[in-house]
Design a protein around this ligand. Structure first.
Ligand code: ZN
Length: 252
């Protein structure tokens, strides 16, 4: 019952995340005006705005202009519902429930925006650092771990960015990635921040390898690091501590 509630709540929030994903990179307000068809501009009525269901009934097309509605919309809604169920199952009714839900939402928005626009908006990463640090005062990972996580996350990637520019004489990763990893460190602490970075690097290398084999990328191609950080950060925020404990057991 609780998980069903989480899923339904996730679908509705996912619908709002779609608004953020579309409007934040375009510097539009996320609360006003009402949603419009991005092709013909007609205002979308409530029954066209029901998560997933409307997309299925309209068969992915606008009722007026017939233009295709991106599959990304229902996808974001379903993924958000999935994340909500997973977070609710992992943390139950605790302080970590709202904190990790918020974190998951931020990661989903950053994932898609970085994929589509190659930017990570300050409107999310900067408040994210502050909220993550504030939340660590009342819940895991505790303020010390969170503070070290934010500083180390930002510092580590700054160093990589600086080194890459020195060697290759071009910008390899943006300052957005730096702020995003600082935010991940603030929410999850330094251990899970490192685990996220390792996971994202593996995922990124794997994707680059596959793309290069398929002839869709070369050594000069840029991959959105923020997207991979987000994909790694969500599972790490759920089961990362188990992984860290298992790893640490080898050294005891
Ligand atoms: Zn339309």
């Amino acid at each position: 019952m609780t998980l069903l509630t989480a899923a339904l709540f996730g679908l509705v929030i996912g619908s709002f995340l779609n608004v953020c994903i579309y409007r934040l990179p375009r510097d539009q307000s996320i609360v006003w005006p009402a949603s419009r068809c991005t092709s013909c501009g007609r205002e979308i009525s409530w029954f066209e705005n029901i998560p997933v269901l409307s997309y299925a009934i309209l068969r992915g097309r606008c009722r007026t202009c017939g233009d295709r509605i991106s599959l990304m919309y229902p996808l974001v809604e379903v993924v958000t519902a999935g994340v909500f169920v997973a977070v609710a199952a992992a943390f139950g009714l605790s302080w970590l429930l709202p904190i990790r839900l918020l974190f998951g939402c931020a990661m989903i928005v950053l994932l898609v925006i970085d994929l589509q626009h190659q930017i990570l908006p300050n409107e999310i990463t900067l408040p994210g650092i502050v909220v993550g640090l504030a939340a660590s005062l009342i819940a895991d990972p505790g303020w010390r771990d969170a503070l070290i996580g934010a500083l180390a996350g930002g510092g580590l990637l700054s160093l990589v960015a600086w080194g890459y520019e020195r060697i290759r004489h071009q910008e390899g990763l943006g300052f957005g990635d730096v702020k995003m990893l600082a935010m991940i460190g603030a929410f999850l602490g330094w251990k899970l921040m490192l685990l996220t970075l390792v996971g994202a690097s593996l995922l990124g290398s794997l994707t680059a390898g596959v793309l290069m084999l398929a002839g869709r990328a070369d050594w000069q191609s840029k991959l959105p690091l923020g997207t991979f950080l987000a994909i790694a950060a969500v599972p790490v925020s759920l089961v990362g501590n188990t992984v860290v404990n298992w790893y640490a057991a080898f050294y005891r």
